[in-house]
Design a protein around this ligand. Structure first.
Ligand SMILES: Nc1ncnc2c1ncn2[C@@H]1O[C@H](COP(=O)(O)OP(=O)(O)OP(=O)(O)O)[C@@H](O)[C@H]1O
Length: 567
């Protein structure tokens, strides 16, 4: 995963971080069985119908989490508490796994993905990563996946060459099959990007971001970013992938498409492409129920740059890789309640089996911590097999338990809460990061950054004292030139790039018109002020001339009556 030279196991252990989020219930007259006592407690009460049943639980149960979120807590707050620390780790080459767990319909997908104005954790993570690495991003193809879960470093010319090859291939494919339309999800254009940013990153390094998107369906792994050639007659389905171990004993999906993304939009484009391939089945419980576990993984690769050559140092010993896997687990459900049959029944069985293996693994890990020496059955399901590395101590593991507080979900919620309790006791051996080494490859860049930071801090101080707009004058400079979107991929039919460029130019034109309009207004105000001042000065002059001539007249009158000058 990351450069093993930079990581050491120091024997320190950290508990799995478990959070709980309760979703709102929209219809009235529904009995609720769960409530949150902020900041971290959840109380589960048996439904009223249980009071008359023999052997039914009647006690209130109390659970404590790292944090418990009430119904009204918004997506931003959940993201900042749960995912922001993982992003900070990721940008510092430390790995993380975050999964949402809960009964079907409890809000896992809403929390992880969200929609439109209510973006979930994943899109906010992507925005934050790109906001943070900003100008420290490398050109594309400098870092290249080596297909064995590692990366090679290419020279600038190799990278440019690769870029050209890709454009040529895309153009050929388009000419060969003009029907091949790139369909872009309109969601891309509806988003309001998050402005969150991590400032604690190594400014000596250049960064690149890679994403993979896989699903585990009926205990088989599929690559959601795999191109399935459509020859117009039949579309080949995605192929089953196998899980392998790399040279550093890290589990990975062999042959998965790892896509380099140079902007948040490119990352979402990949995500929406994969999302369309997801198998969404309608069950009687939830008409939008997702029947597979999905894993969206972001890898951030970084290496120092040589300031004089202005390129990444081509030595793999400096390479560092951080990985964050965001997992939206399929919901657990009781088959008799879901009234599943046939294919749906098989799906539900596989989902429940893999979740049961996850529970078993965590339970056995807990027992081993207390002195037992049991074998952990990671291989019993693809899900746990893939995450083995995390559970064995390759990063922070966090779980977000989602619950629907309705009484109908009481039994399942009881199981979910028990599992959450066990999970919190699991301690993960944590690799400590070697302290950040300052190779001093980029002293000028460091100096410039420090100066910029100082300027920003001072500017912020000023902003608190004086409002940004005083007497209509902008205190801060207007940002006219936003980043120009990349035109690298403009090829025949590259509608997204063209659409992005069109939007960019329209925004810039609007901005230009606003700014020139504002300048024109101020110019007129200024001219008016000058002419008023001139008029005022002229009137003052006239007044003083008048008084001068008045005085002279008086003196002339005196001279003419006495016949001699008074001085
Ligand atoms: N915090 C929330 N605020 C508003 N709506 C929510 C919230 N949580 C869930 N919902 C809504 O509840 C419905 C079910 O949520 P969602 O699809 O996220 O459940 P799920 O747990 O992912 O289900 P499954 O396991 O079946 O995929 C959706 O319509 C979603 O918009």
């Amino acid at each position: 995963m990351q450069n093993k030279n930079a990581r050491q196991k120091n024997g320190a252990k950290e508990s799995m971080e478990v959070y709980c989020r309760v979703r709102p219930v929209f219809s009235q007259n529904i009995e609720l069985c769960l409530k949150v006592e902020p900041p971290s407690a959840v109380i589960l009460t048996p439904p009223s119908s249980y009071l008359n049943l023999r052997n039914a639980p009647t006690k209130e149960m109390h659970y404590t989490f790292k944090k418990a979120f009430q119904e009204q807590v918004n997506q931003k707050e959940v993201f900042e508490s749960v995912a922001l620390p993982l992003i900070e780790n990721l940008l510092n080459a430390k790995n993380g796994l975050l999964f949402t767990y809960g009964v079907t319909g409890s809000g896992k997908t809403h929390t992880m993905i969200g929609s439109g104005k209510h973006d979930g954790i994943m899109p906010r993570c992507i925005d934050t990563i790109f906001n943070s690495i900003g100008m420290y991003k490398t050109n594309k193809y400098i870092f290249k996946p080596d297909k064995l879960n590692g990366f090679d470093i290419q020279s600038e010319s190799e990278a440019i060459n690769e870029m050209q090859q890709e454009i040529i291939c895309q153009t050929h494919a388009k000419i060969k099959n003009p029907k091949l339309e790139r369909n872009f999800d309109q969601n891309l254009f509806k988003r309001i990007p998050t402005e969150t940013k991590i400032t604690n990153i190594d400014v000596d390094n250049a960064y690149a971001v890679f994403v993979t998107f896989v699903e585990i369906y009926n205990n088989s792994v599929y690559d959601l970013l795999e191109e399935c050639p459509d020859d117009g007659l039949r579309q080949r389905g995605p192929q089953i992938k196998i899980i392998r171990e790399d040279a550093d004993h890290t589990m990975f999906v062999h042959g998965v498409n790892e896509v380099e993304v140079s902007s948040a939009d490119e990352a979402f484009e990949a995500f929406y492409k994969g999302q369309k391939r997801r198998r969404i089945a309608h069950t009687t419980l939830n008409t939008e129920s997702s029947r597979a576990h999905t894993i969206f993984t972001v890898r951030v690769v970084q290496a120092p740059i040589d300031q004089h050559r202005r390129s990444v140092i081509k030595d793999k010993k400096y390479l560092q890789i951080g990985q964050l896997s965001l997992v939206d687990l399929a919901g657990s459900e009781r088959t008799n309640r879901a009234k599943n049959t046939g294919q749906r029944l098989r799906e539900a069985g596989n989902i429940n089996n893999s979740l049961m293996t996850l529970r078993n693994c965590l339970e056995l890990l807990r027992q081993n911590q207390k002195g037992a020496n049991k074998m952990i059955p990671y291989r019993d399901s693809r899900l746990t097999h893939l995450f083995k590395t995390y559970f064995e101590g390759e990063g922070q593991v966090s779980m977000l338990v989602c619950v629907n507080p309705q009484a109908d979900d009481y039994d399942e919620n009881l199981q979910v809460m028990k599992f959450a309790e066990i999970s919190q006791e699991v301690q993960i051996a944590f690799p400590s990061m070697a302290p950040r080494v300052n190779y001093d490859f980029t002293p000028e860049r460091r100096r410039a950054n420090n100066a910029l930071k100082k300027f920003e801090i001072e500017n912020d101080k000023d902003d608190q004292e004086v409002p940004p707009s005083v007497n209509g004058l902008m205190k801060k400079p207007v940002e006219i030139f936003a980043d120009i979107p990349s035109l690298r991929y403009v090829s025949m039919g590259d509608d997204l790039s063209v659409k992005r460029m069109k939007e960019y130019l329209e925004t810039q034109l609007q901005l230009y018109n606003n700014v020139t309009g504002n300048i024109r207004e101020r110019y007129h105000d200024f001219r008016e002020m000058i002419s008023k001042t001139e008029a005022f000065m002229a009137s003052q002059e006239i007044e003083s001339m008048k008084s001068f001539y008045g005085r002279e007249n008086e003196r002339g009158n005196v001279l003419s009556t006495t016949g001699q000058r008074s001085d």
